[in-house]
Write a protein that binds this ligand. Structure first.
Ligand SMILES: NC(=O)c1ccc[n+]([C@@H]2O[C@H](COP(=O)([O-])OP(=O)(O)OC[C@H]3O[C@@H](n4cnc5c(N)ncnc54)[C@H](OP(=O)(O)O)[C@@H]3O)[C@@H](O)[C@H]2O)c1
Length: 327
C-alpha cells in the first residue's frame, strides 16, 4: 500500500496514466475496467430532471465509517478514485455513519475530486426503525444538515434523503426549503426495513420526491411488489442499498464458482452477477454497493457494463440463488 502523500503526488501528476495502468494490469478482480474504458458504464435518468447517472455507485456505511488512521485514509482515497476512474460518480453516505462524511469529504478535497462526485447523504434527528421514531425539531434537522456541509466540504450537496423514515413530514419540509434555496439539488427518503415499506409507499404517494433509497438483492426482492411499481408511476429515482445483503450473500455463496452461463451477460464475478440482477430491474436508477477495497470497487463497476440479464436469465439466477444454503 502506498502512503497518502505518494498517492496524492501520483494522482496529481499522472492520474489518467495510473488509472489506465491499474485498469489494464488486472489489479485484483478488475474484470470490468478494461471494458469500462472501451464500452463505458451504463447510465439511467433521474426521472424528475432527466439528468443521467452512472448505474453503479459506492456506499459509505460500515466500510467507511470506522476509517481513522493514515492507512485508512489512503484506502478511502483509492476507493473514491476507483469509483471515478470507472466512470461512476454517486457516493452514498449519511450523517449517522460515524466518520464516513468527514473522511470522504476530507479525502475528496485532498485529491481534488470533490466536484466530480455526486454527493448523496442523509439526515435524521428523529430516530429510525431501530431507535423508534419521534418528532423532529426543524432546527435540529437544519443543524445536522449544516454539519454535513461542513464535513463533506462542498457548497452544494446533490442529494439529501431522510434516513430510515424518521418523521417524514418535518424533515422533508426542511429538505424542500434547502432545495428552494438551491443548496441541495435533490431530496428523498430511505428505508431498508420491510416493515417500513407501507409507510414509505404512503410518502411516495403524497410527497414530491426525487429519490428513494431501498434494499434490493437477488435474494431480497420484496421491493418489486409495491415500491418499484410506485417509483415508476410517480417518477422517483431509486438508490439500491445492500445489493449483496452486506455479508448475507457472501456467506451463502461461499467458495462456489460463478456459473459459466453468467458470462453470456458479462458477469464474471459474483459481485457482477448480483449487481446485474439488481440493475436489470427498470425501476432501479443506481446501485450503491459498499466497499473499502479499490479492487472490489473496480469489480463492481463491471456490474454496470454491457448487457443486463433477460427474463429467462433472471429466472435462472433466482433458481440458482434459491438452491444455495441459508435461504
Ligand atoms: N437505511 C439506509 O438508508 C441504508 C441502510 C443500509 C445501507 N445503506 C447504503 O447502502 C450501501 C450498501 O450497503 P452495505 O455497504 O451495508 O452492504 P452491501 O453493499 O450489500 O455489501 C457490502 C459488503 O460486500 C463486500 N463487497 C463489496 N464489493 C465486493 C466485491 N466486489 N467482491 C467481494 N466483496 C465485496 C464489502 O466488503 P469489502 O469492503 O471488503 O469490499 C462489504 O462487506 C451502504 O454503504 C449505505 O450507503 C443505506
Amino acid at each position: 500500500m502506498i502512503s497518502r502523500r505518494e498517492w496524492l503526488r501520483v494522482t496529481a501528476g499522472a492520474g489518467a496514466a495510473v488509472a489506465l495502468s491499474r485498469c489494464t494490469s488486472g489489479v485484483g478482480q478488475g474484470q470490468g475496467m478494461g471494458a469500462a474504458l472501451s464500452q463505458g458504464l451504463l447510465t439511467r435518468p433521474i426521472p424528475s430532471t432527466g439528468e443521467r447517472l452512472p448505474i453503479i455507485g459506492l456506499g459509505g456505511a460500515n466500510t467507511f465509517s470506522e476509517a481513522a488512521g493514515e492507512e485508512e485514509f489512503d484506502t478511502v482515497g483509492e476507493v473514491l478514485q476507483a469509483l471515478l476512474d470507472g466512470g461512476a460518480t454517486v457516493f452514498d453516505t449519511a450523517a449517522g455513519y460515524g466518520a464516513s462524511e468527514e473522511v470522504a469529504g476530507r479525502v475528496a478535497q485532498e485529491l481534488g475530486i470533490a466536484d466530480r462526485i455526486f454527493w448523496a447523504t442523509k439526515v435524521n434527528v428523529a430516530g429510525g426503525f431501530r431507535g423508534g421514531p419521534r418528532e423532529a425539531d426543524p432546527e435540529a434537522v437544519r443543524a445536522q444538515i449544516e454539519r454535513s456541509f461542513e464535513r463533506l466540504r462542498v457548497p452544494l450537496i446533490d442529494l439529501i434523503q431522510v434516513h430510515n423514515m424518521g418523521d417524514p413530514p418535518t424533515q422533508l419540509r426542511v429538505l424542500r426549503q434547502y432545495k428552494a434555496e438551491g443548496r441541495i439539488r435533490y431530496m428523498g427518503i430511505t428505508t431498508t426495513s420491510e416493515r417500513q415499506y407501507e409507510a414509505l409507499a404512503e410518502v411516495m404517494r403524497t410527497e414530491p420526491l426525487d429519490f428513494i433509497g431501498i434494499d434490493y438483492a437477488v435474494d431480497n426482492r420484496v421491493a418489486e411488489e409495491v415500491v418499484f411499481p410506485l417509483a415508476r408511476e410517480r417518477g422517483i429515482a431509486t438508490l439500491i442499498y445492500l445489493p449483496f445483503g452486506r455479508n448475507r450473500m457472501w456467506q451463502r455463496i461461499g467458495d462456489r464458482p460463478v456459473p459459466d452461463w453468467a458470462g453470456d451477460f458479462g458477469a464474471h464475478t459474483w459481485a457482477q452477477f448480483m449487481l446485474k440482477f439488481v440493475l436489470a430491474n427498470p425501476a432501479v436508477t443506481v446501485a450503491t454497493p459498499g466497499t473499502r477495497n479499490p479492487a472490489h470497487m473496480t469489480d463492481n463497476i463491471g456490474g454496470g457494463i454491457g448487457r443486463l440479464p433477460n427474463a429467462d436469465e433472471l429466472g435462472r439466477m433466482i433458481d440458482l440463488v434459491e438452491s444455495l444454503p441459508g435461504a
